[in-house]
Each structure stands twice: as structure tokens, then as C-alpha cells.
Ligand binder design. Structure first.
Ligand code: NAD
Length: 347
């Protein structure tokens, strides 16, 4: 028995996602994602919001990230296991789903490992565009793993970065990142210490993976006027920025109830002031107010960014060959005769 079209759910595999990204162009897709995320952040109050549901273990975390704007519902499944790379596995993998709130029927199922890297980078660059010092062209990229090239290219496409200075405790990761950025038009400098990487940089990105209270940036490393894009501290017991820097800078976050538990600000008292970045984008709160100010985006990744990315993919795959129609939903001729459908399927 053939399922009807209304029961077939578009499924975007990893292979199709990569073809879609190349079809659109990486930089165009990053810009498109940043626009979708910014549009959704500007209608922030409409959304159902909840901190992600996290299941922690000694080695990592598995999370569900749901949200809805009342018309469409989305969620992402994502893990974070820093020890995975030692076994040839990735630190972060993900998939996600979008559904119609009116019927509850899924309208998209997709890989989200590639898409998470793109949406995280698009979010970072969208925030840097709003907060980085005027004329910022150089970024220190500390942590040269899976996210690092996406972060670099997004900052180039969206925030005006022309030069990246790379550092990783593993020189092989830096060599991989530098090789992958070859041909992007970015000037790339491989550095041997974090101190060297931040020389002359106006944007400092930390994107390391270690389930520990790590200090990637110490207080004496950070001068006036920089923008810090802190990506890797995104889980209880996992941080990157010295508390003294957090005390000196102005902190911008996605969703405080989640960031207070997961972000670098888990090291600060619960009432330490933070600004929700959607308010800056919507013109309801100031962003950078002086050239000397240190701005810090304490990024953990929030469900609305995934919702925006899912919406973007749904809008782009229509009329393309970049998805499989998936027989995911049972579709009996009489909706109440599910058993009869099973019965008639006997061969
Ligand atoms: P990855 O494991 O591929 O890369 C991490 C890199 O950090 C590795 O190359 C490792 O050698 C390096 N590193 C570890 N400790 C370091 C140190 N002290 N100094 C310099 N480099 C160091 O991980 P990834 O997929 O690139 O993710 C990086 C981090 O970003 C993870 O912690 C992940 O959870 C987080 N992340 C955050 C978001 C978000 O929205 N904020 C989204 C995705 C991933």
C-alpha cells in the first residue's frame, strides 16, 4: 500500500544537506541563516521558550531543544561528548524536526550536524555584527575543531573579518583548519600559543571542547575594546573565560534561564546583570556603547536558532532534488482504522 503525499515527510540526509549547501553556496547560506535567526530573535516574545532538556553523563550530554512560534514547532536532538574525537567520533552530532502546530504532522526531518555548525556560526557572526568594535577585521580563533572553519567563514561573510589567527592545543587541528580555509580569501595565521593568536585581534572566539572549568582566556590576555565570542562553555562544569573578564565586560546571552546554568556565567552569582541579545537586535536595549567596552557573547546555543535553521531548510528544499520523501507517518484510509491497516498489510 502506497502512503499518500500528505503522510510523506521530506527527509534531508547528510549527503543531501551537503549538496544543498553547495547549491546555495556556504557564504550565501550563512547570510541566509543569519537573516532567519535575526528575524526570529526580533519576534522573541512570541515563542514558547524553555531551557533545553539535558541528560548528563560523566563523558558528555544528550539534549532535546524544543520551541514553537504557535504555527510551527521544532526540536533538535544534539549531543556533546568532548572525548569522542579520540575514538574517531565527533564531539557534536544532531538531527531535528519541524512540525505543523495545526495538525501536529511533521513537515521536515533533517540531519543537523552540518546545520548546527552553520547555525552556530551564523548566530556568532550576527551577534558580532551588532557588538564588535567598528571596523573589526581580525579574529583570534582558539579551538580549531569541527566548528572553527564555519565560525571563520561566517565572520568573513557577515561581520567583515578578513584575517583569522588560529590556535589549538593540538597543532594538527590548526593545520587542518588552515588547509580548509585555503581559497576562502581569508588571511590565515597559524599560532603556537593563545597569547600569540589574540595579538591585534578585535574579535576573540573561544571554541574549545573540554568538560572542565578551563581558562582559555585569562584576565591579563584581554585588553579594552574587544568582542569575545565564547562558544565552547555550553554545559554545567564546562567553561572557557576567566571570571575576572566576565566581571570587566558587558555580557550578552541568548536565554538567561539556560545560560545561567550552562554558560560561562555559571561562574558568576545568579543576579549578575546580562542583556538578552534579542533585545539589542530589536532595538530595545543598547549593544556596544563605547570603543573601550569589552562585549562578551556567552553563547550556549538556543532552540530558536535551530528553529530558524529548520525553517530555512524547509523553505529552500522545495522544488529541489535534495530530500527523500520519507514514509514516517501511518496513513490508514479510514483514520480510525489503524488496526485494519496493519491487518491488510499481511503478505
Ligand atoms: P571539537 O572537539 O571538534 O574541537 C574542539 C577543539 O578544541 C579541539 O581541536 C581541541 O584540541 C581544542 N582544545 C581543547 N582544549 C583546548 C585549549 N585549552 N586551548 C586550545 N584548544 C583547545 O569540537 P567542536 O565541534 O568544534 O565544538 C567546540 C565546542 O563548541 C564544544 O565545546 C561544543 O560543545 C561547543 N558548541 C557550542 C555551540 C553553541 O551554540 N554555543 C554549538 C556547537 C558546539
Amino acid at each position: 500500500m502506497q502512503p499518500s503525499d500528505k503522510a510523506l515527510v521530506p527527509f534531508v540526509s547528510v549527503d543531501h544537506m551537503m549538496q544543498l549547501i553547495h547549491h546555495i553556496g556556504v557564504q550565501n547560506m550563512l547570510r541566509g541563516l543569519a537573516d532567519y535567526i535575526e528575524d526570529d530573535f526580533k519576534r522573541w516574545e512570541l515563542f514558547d521558550k524553555t531551557p533545553r532538556v539535558a541528560s548528563h553523563s560523566a563523558e558528555g550530554v544528550i539534549e532535546l531543544m524544543p520551541t514553537s512560534d504557535g504555527e510551527t514547532y521544532g526540536f533538535k536532538y544534539v549531543n556533546g561528548h568532548p572525548k569522542n574525537t579520540a575514538d574517531g567520533l565527533q564531539t557534536v552530532t544532531a538531527f531535528g524536526l519541524l512540525a505543523d502546530v495545526n495538525t501536529g504532522y511533521p513537515v521536515l526531518l533533517t540531519e543537523m550536524t552540518m546545520l548546527t555548525a552553520l547555525r552556530t556560526a551564523a548566530t556568532s557572526a550576527m551577534v558580532a555584527r551588532a557588538l564588535a568594535p567598528k571596523g573589526a577585521t581580525t579574529m583570534a580563533m582558539i579551538g580549531n575543531g569541527a566548528q572553527s572553519e564555519f565560525q571563520s567563514v561566517a565572520m568573513q561573510a557577515i561581520a567583515g573579518v578578513t584575517h583569522v589567527r588560529l590556535y589549538d592545543t593540538d597543532p594538527a587541528a590548526t593545520a587542518k583548519c588552515a588547509a580548509n580555509l585555503n581559497g576562502t580569501g581569508l588571511q590565515v595565521t597559524a599560532c603556537t600559543t593563545a597569547e600569540e593568536a589574540i595579538e591585534g585581534a578585535q574579535i576573540l572566539t573561544t571554541c574549545t571542547a573540554d568538560k572542565a572549568y578551563a581558562t582559555i582566556l585569562t584576565d591579563n590576555m584581554v585588553g579594552e575594546g574587544v568582542h569575545i565570542n565564547a562558544i565552547g562553555g555550553d554545559c554545567p562544569g564546562k567553561t572557557e573565560i576567566a571570571p575576572a573578564i566576565l566581571q570587566r565586560g558587558d555580557i550578552f546571552v541568548e536565554y538567561p534561564p539556560q545560560t545561567r546554568v550552562e554558560g560561562d556565567i555559571q561562574q558568576l552569582p545568579d543576579d549578575h546583570p546580562v542583556t538578552e541579545i534579542w533585545q539589542v537586535l530589536a532595538g530595545k536595549a543598547p549593544g556596544r556603547t563605547s570603543a573601550k567596552q569589552i562585549t562578551i557573547f556567552d553563547s550556549v546555543g538556543f532552540a530558536i536558532e535551530d528553529f530558524s535553521a529548520l525553517r530555512y531548510v524547509r523553505d529552500r528544499i522545495d522544488g529541489t532534488p535534495y530530500f527523500h520523501p520519507l514514509d514516517l507517518l501511518a496513513d490508514p484510509d479510514d483514520p480510525r482504522d489503524l488496526f485494519g491497516m496493519l491487518h491488510r498489510a499481511i503478505v
